[in-house]
Design a protein around this ligand. Structure first.
Ligand SMILES: Cc1ncc(COP(=O)(O)O)c(C=O)c1O
Length: 425
């Protein structure tokens, strides 16, 4: 409990009176796992502490926005000193240039980049510039890939939409998605010259974790080239997380445009999109594609982003990958010992959890995960002070703060929680 004795129950009740569902993003409401969300007052490294004083090992890590652990001293200091100099100016600042240079240096396909304030803005703007540059209307997305909540991309979106059983969102008109074509993940579609772009999560992480099948991304590259469409990688989750140069470095497939977010904001509201200079130069003020933002390139966010990127050298990625491997192994062993069929896919530093016999390869197979079992396991784990996402279609985000000691504690909790699940089955 906080000093004034506030509880999670009380805050949730108060929140629901003034915030729809009591939360500012649907998955946080615990709808698909049941129960009351924990209200976090602070985080430190691999842990978060709620208003009742309970501390959890945290594998959510702000759904991937935090990679170095909560309240990393270097990030805190960067934000603190940036704030002392002013929080927003509406004029360019040196750190925007530095962050753009840092992104372009790490991701060679990005020749020019523009900062925005969320992943949603990044993908939305990437699509707009792709349409502007090609003069074509259609965009192809894959079922179960989530690209944020802009109207044109909000169809078959995975993540909380999957948990809530929503194929699309009310409030999005047919016209808004008339030029959006949805295709199955991991199958190379046949395009024609009406397509401006194909947008893809190079490793799907919003329908659980579904890595790209061999040849899928290469096939997309070739098909886009065949018809002159642009290939857009949504690296909002994978960017700067699965490798220094993101999923495109791991897979060796070079997109025309990329969208980023999460990691490059160090936990502050950030996104970015970038790619081929000739395409990016279509943006105002150079070209006719309008895109803007009062808080874009915000001084606090760029300070946090630079501080985080500075921590992520080759050793850091190697360390995170070995930890992800260790985490995946621990979960797999826990369920094997309990005699429960699960798949624990891993893509570099990202780990998934799927309740079923065969690893999913697309949205249809991903949706066969046993959500009821996930919910039971989620609570058994939370009772043991380990927090995974309160939704079966999210990934786990081990990072720099999940050291051996933390991983051992998580492994022990997973073992107990899987045994509990076996006992209730
Ligand atoms: C792959 C992907 N793209 C885009 C987004 C949207 O980012 P944001 O929530 O910052 O708007 C998300 C968010 O989870 C995401 O996972």
């Amino acid at each position: 409990m906080t000093a004034d004795g506030t509880t999670n129950d009380e805050l949730f009740e108060r929140g629901q009176r003034v915030i729809p569902g009591g939360v500012n993003s649907p998955v946080r409401a615990f709808r698909s796992v049941g129960g009351v969300p924990y209200f976090v007052v602070s985080g430190r490294g691999a842990t978060v502490t709620d208003v009742e004083g309970t501390t959890f090992f945290d594998l959510v890590q702000s759904y991937g926005a935090v990679v170095a652990g909560h309240a990393h001293p270097r990030v805190v200091e960067a934000v603190r000193s940036a704030a002392a100099e002013g929080t927003s100016f509406g004029a360019p600042t040196p750190r925007e240039v530095q962050l753009a240079e840092a992104i372009c240096e790490r991701v060679p396909s990005v020749e020019k980049v523009r900062m925005v304030s969320s992943g949603t803005e990044a993908t939305m703007s990437a699509i707009r510039v792709a349409r502007g540059a090609t003069g074509r209307p259609k965009v192809l997305k894959f079922a179960g890939n989530y690209h944020g909540h802009s109207d044109g991309l909000l169809v078959s979106g995975g993540t909380a939409m999957a948990s809530l059983g929503l194929p699309a969102s009310a409030g999005v008109t047919e016209n808004a998605v008339a030029d959006t074509v949805v295709a199955p993940y991991n199958v190379v579609p046949v395009l024609d010259d009406s397509y401006a772009a194909v947008i893809v999560e190079p490793c799907a992480a919003n329908m659980g974790l579904v890595p790209p099948a061999e040849g899928f991304l290469e096939g997309l590259r070739a098909e886009c080239d065949r018809v002159g469409a642009l290939l857009v990688f949504d690296e909002v989750i994978t960017g700067f997380r699965v490798a220094r140069g993101g999923a495109q470095q791991r897979t060796g497939v070079r997109p025309d445009l990329s969208a980023f977010g999460k990691v490059i904001g160090g936990g502050l509201p950030v996104g970015a999109f970038g790619g081929r200079a000739d395409v990016m130069d279509e943006l105002a003020p150079l070209g006719p594609v309008y895109q803007a933002g009062t808080l874009s390139g915000n001084p606090l966010a760029t300070a946090a982003g630079l501080a985080v990127l500075d921590l992520l050298d080759d050793d850091a990625y190697a360390l995170m990958e070995s930890r992800a491997e260790c985490l995946a192994g621990a979960f797999a062993r826990a369920f094997a010992d309990a005699g429960i069929a699960v798949q624990v896919p891993r893509f570099g530093t990202l780990v998934g959890l799927f309740f079923g016999d065969v690893a999913p390869h697309d949205y249809t197979s991903a949706c066969t995960t046993d959500e009821a079992r996930y919910a039971t396991f989620f609570h058994a784990l939370l009772d043991r002070r380990v927090a995974i996402a309160p939704g079966a279609y999210e990934a786990m985000f081990p990072g720099l703060a999940h050291d051996d000691e933390v991983l051992a504690a998580i492994a022990e909790a997973a073992h107990g929680a899987a045994a509990d699940l076996a006992a209730t089955a």
